[in-house]
Design a protein. Sequence first.
Length: 453
Amino acid sequence: MSTPADTQRMEKIVSLCKRRGFIFQSSEIYGGLNGLWDYGPLGVELKRNVKNYWWRVMVHERDDVVGLDGSILMNRAVWKASGHEDTFTDPMIDCRSCKARLRADQLTEKKGAKQCPVCGGKDLTEPRAFNLMFKTFVGATEDESNVTYLRPETAQAIFVQFKNVLEVSRKKLPFGIAQIGKAFRNEINPRNFTFRSREFEQMELEYFCRPEEGMALLDYWKEERLKFYQNIGLARDRLHVMTVSDEERAFYSKGTYDIEYDFPFGRQELEGVAYRTDYDLSQHQKASGKSLEYFDEETKQRFIPHVVEPSAGVDRTVLALICDAYTEDEAPDEKGKMETRTVLRFHPRVAPVKCGVFPLLKNNAELVARAKAIVDLLRPQMFVFYDESGAIGRRYRRQDEIGTPFCVTVDFETLGEKDRQLADTVTLRERDSMKQERVKISELRELIAARIA
């Protein structure tokens, strides 16, 4: 089932991302470079929060997973053994009418004839294989002996380091190796903002197991990954699980699930959970001549473990979070007149800024001093933004637009000028409901920290 595109909503999201410093076009002052993006001050915080939470739930909160940070450049033999050098291709087609370059699966069909989705033309070239890996050279000479590639996925580093990690970690099956890192694919037609890019970041787990455990663990990790997305704030009714058919999944896979999300440009894959069997370790053992077998102390058997792989895209997850959070509602301005309010309703645990801190007046030295003291109080535990310019209502709106879940205002009640009982309290305002409460400064840090967690 496809989801209708909402072009206008997507245009607003792209505009907000640039205007508020989430995502910029790479090399923009030189006209940009298609399929490449830079994350601004807020985008990099959002991205880091996603990665940190993934690492927390996938590694730190488990006894059966350890981490790895493999290199981007690897021996060319790795990509020969994995099959990437020969088979990591997309079928490419050119439209002779409008000169568009397309993947074969992007063509539309009308009355049984394939046509260009850009201009509707039917004068198309035959499909031809296009290798998606970026080729480069290692060393001083650019010859065939020095060829390698920017890695198109992070998984292969885990497979070739399997034996080393197994020996130093002393893990028993089943166990996993997790990695977050950059990958590169020379996409024929990057599109849909950051969704399909040429440089992107992956969060991957290779979970090694006995052959008889593979299918059960495939279902286990599908459910774990769905819980992850719900726990960072994605709406469950926008998440869907597609069972990849025998015809469409990789030949070495015994089962694959695609976790999909309803983006404004349609339903698209967010993460793949695949049971890759023993294909990768077997290929590398055969090509390298080095044993990648596991010795079972209980059964005294040696065998190549099977693996289940949950593979998520950091950039796609960040884009899904922004799309899911983007909301427009009505709220009163300083004069009580209703106006449109743009809000990013991020879950507090992934919000770039956790709390905004404002003195009611910037020309009152005591209010400013107390506000900056609260910034110092909160900063060791969370990312805080201090703002003293403009009316309080405007400052709230600016924080709503970047998804800040809480705002603290230091006012004359804080100084005890209107009511001595309110001295050393502040106004704590919640983003989504816009409700305000008085909170003691001494309790503020623990209260906000608990609500973020």
